[in-house]
Design a protein. Structure first.
Length: 192
């Protein structure tokens, strides 16, 4: 016959084990881990006009492996109901960004600007409040991890930010790093 202490100890161990397993299983239930999604290593620059009616976010100069460049940003009208704001021009270190002229922005409307390749690769919201615009820049010897001044001219004022220079994020599983390649990445299967 077992002692009462032994049975109580065994019951306590089983209870602690069950609660621990339940707690560990619930830690990740319903959550997406950070490494499961692509997360930019450096957030883009953000700022707003002096009157705080126009704002830009995630301003980043993107350089592709083939040397082409683009400016990625979001521009938002965060003014009052009657405010209509126009983005008149964007310059990177004095160089005008090539892009079609966006429509004026009413309250809570925005512009999502990126390279044509990135716009095509990402789903676009079917909305009258969001404009998607492709941008291009002449690569003025942009070096990764550097930064350059960017000036946004809006109808209600200008915004100056220092934008980080970064590479476009590559699609997970489609590229392998080849340290001997002059391009740095290849779409070929890794060599074993």
């Amino acid at each position: 016959m077992q002692s009462l202490k032994s049975a109580a100890r065994r019951g306590a161990i089983i209870s602690v084990t069950a609660v621990s397993a339940l707690a560990l299983a619930s830690c990740s239930a319903g959550h997406v881990t950070q490494t499961a999604e692509k997360v930019a290593a450096v957030d883009g620059a953000s700022a707003s006009t002096e009157d705080n009616k126009a704002a830009v976010r995630d301003v980043t100069i993107l350089v592709e492996p083939d040397g082409t460049a683009a400016l990625k940003f979001s521009a938002i009208n965060q003014g009052y109901d009657t405010d209509v704001i126009s983005l008149e021009s964007v310059k990177v270190d004095g160089q005008r960004v090539e892009m079609k002229q966006p429509q004026p922005l009413h309250r809570d409307e925005s512009i999502i600007a990126d390279s044509q390749k990135n716009l095509e690769a990402n789903p676009q919201q079917d909305s009258e409040t969001v404009q998607y615009i492709a941008t291009k820049l002449k690569n003025d010897d942009y070096g990764y991890a550097g930064d350059r001044p960017v000036t946004f001219e809006f109808s209600n004022g200008s915004i100056d930010v220092n934008a980080t220079i970064a590479a476009t994020q590559m699609q997970s599983g489609e590229f392998d790093r080849d340290v001997e390649s002059s391009e740095g990445y290849t779409s070929e299967a890794p060599k074993n």
